[in-house]
Ligand binder design. Structure first.
Ligand code: ATP
Ligand code: MG
Length: 428
């Protein structure tokens, strides 16, 4: 698929590069390049060979113009170009062979257009304007290889349960194990740890998006997102804590939409307060990973959140994950917890302080920094279940209506035994 955000190994992409064999064509090209707002230094002397050499060590531009005149076997050489040129680049070939078969073959091999020499300013201008439009247009998957985009929201039932740990690990796993273009959107605007756990600076991307939602488009995403690896881009903020968040949520909806075009997986680290303020955020979410700990307060809030989700996001699958699980040390046993929430816990991730410390020390996600641990193995299972959302359904089995003995234990009675009323305990 096209990954318009995907930059090369040596920095960000140029809007335009040309590799042209003769001065006459360069003389026609340069004024049009100036009109387009690009730099004339990007019009290089040289042909296809030079383009291949140059692109093998630098990032591919958005639009590439390449001269085939000195190429003995243009089709073959174009394939060499395809090997070094990153997805998303719009390529315009120029040449002196007026052959419709060559034109057809070039277009079939992924070339956007073929211009015949001698070039004219009008012809070059039209081709560049069209290429620009193609580059900026939303990228659609080829239906034959389409895999539905999956947007997953990770929500903690209480503070500190490990929602961000799981969100970053899932995003990292999708990008490395499944090797699919993945976006991580950290909506903990003031206190997010998405970038921190990947040892990255969050940059101003998300703050800019919130301040100017109208600017959000494919190009904005490409520039604003921070790249964690070839397949993982992250948008997060460390917004100043002396100013409140001024947004009606439009920016977040817009970002979700752009991510659907540009990536295959989106993972949203979604703090509970954002959920309450912007319930519309869930309208296009496919899967909700509800992360909980095995405490009384978390059981109460799991029940409340499940009820909320049933009303506000009935279309989304919900997977409940218990994190920081310490066998024999839980405030509420797994069986009692499941009975109370009337739903099975899909996965239980053990408490592993060494792994948490190791991830922090390495500046890697929990899953990356601790591959050999049980916790990471379970996280990989979670990622597989989310990736194949059919599996996720299995993890979402409700506890049978024919309640077992365990089903008779309910949270209300447990709370009343402790002399607490569910509605009075404050959420963290
Ligand atoms: N399975 C685990 N074992 C041990 N420590 C863990 C585990 N999962 C997460 N942690 C640690 O718990 C702490 C809180 O995790 P995290 O920030 O992911 O929680 P959160 O739910 O996102 O918190 P917040 O409510 O602040 O957003 C981190 O220091 C993290 O390393
Ligand atoms: Mg968090």
């Amino acid at each position: 698929m096209n990954a318009p955000w995907k930059a090369g190994t040596t920095g960000t992409r140029d809007p335009f590069n040309a590799f042209i064999c003769d001065e006459a064509s360069l003389d026609v090209l340069r004024p049009v390049v100036v009109e387009m707002g690009w730099q004339t230094e990007k019009c290089n002397k040289g042909g296809l060979r030079n383009a291949v050499q140059s692109l093998s060590i630098t990032a591919s531009p958005n639009i590439l113009m390449v001269d085939l005149s000195e190429s003995g076997d243009p089709l073959n050489d174009i394939n060499a170009l395809a090997e070094v040129c990153e997805p998303g680049t719009v390529v315009i070939a120029i040449g002196q062979v007026n052959d419709v078969r060559l034109y057809r073959d070039l277009v079939a091999s992924g070339i956007h257009d073929y211009l015949l020499k001698p070039l004219s300013p009008g012809q070059v201008r039209d081709a560049l304007v069209q290429a620009q439009a193609v580059f900026s247009a939303p990228k659609h998957l080829d239906p034959s290889q389409a895999k539905a985009h999956v947007t997953t929201a990770v929500i903690g039932t209480r503070g500190g349960v490990g929602a961000s740990t799981i969100a970053t690990s899932l995003a990292w796993l999708f990008s490395t194990e499944n090797k699919v273009p993945t976006a991580l959107l950290d909506l903990d605007i003031h206190f997010g740890t998405g970038a921190l756990s990947l040892d990255l600076e969050p940059g101003r991307g998300l703050t800019d998006a919130i301040e100017n939602p109208s600017r959000i488009d494919g190009l904005f995403i490409e520039r604003a997102m921070i790249r964690a690896n070839d397949n993982l881009a992250i948008l997060s903020a460390e917004a100043p804590i002396n100013s409140p968040l001024m947004t009606d949520g439009t920016a977040f909806m817009q970002l979700e939409e752009e991510f659907r075009q540009a990536f295959e997986m989106t993972v949203i680290d979604l703090p509970r307060n954002m959920l309450i303020n912007f319930p519309q955020l869930l309208s296009d979410v496919n899967l909700i990973v509800l992360v909980t700990e095995m405490t009384l307060a978390a059981a109460r809030d799991t029940i409340r959140l499940l009820a909320w989700l049933k009303t506000n996001a009935p279309h989304a699958q919900v997977m409940v994950i218990a994190n920081k699980v310490q066998p024999g040390l839980a405030e509420i046993s797994k069986a009692d917890f499941e009975a109370s929430i009337e739903r099975k816990i899909g996965f239980s991730i053990p408490y592993d302080i060494k792994a948490a410390a190791n991830a922090a020390k390495l500046g890697q996600t929990f899953a990356e920094g601790n591959r050999a641990t049980k916790a990471a193995a379970i996280l990989r299972d979670v990622a597989r279940a989310v990736f194949g959302s059919g599996d996720a359904l299995a993890a979402d089995d409700r506890v049978s209506a024919k309640k077992s003995l365990l089903g008779k234990i309910d949270l209300k009675s447990m709370l009343s035994k402790k002399g607490k009323a569910p509605a009075t305990a404050g959420a963290k």
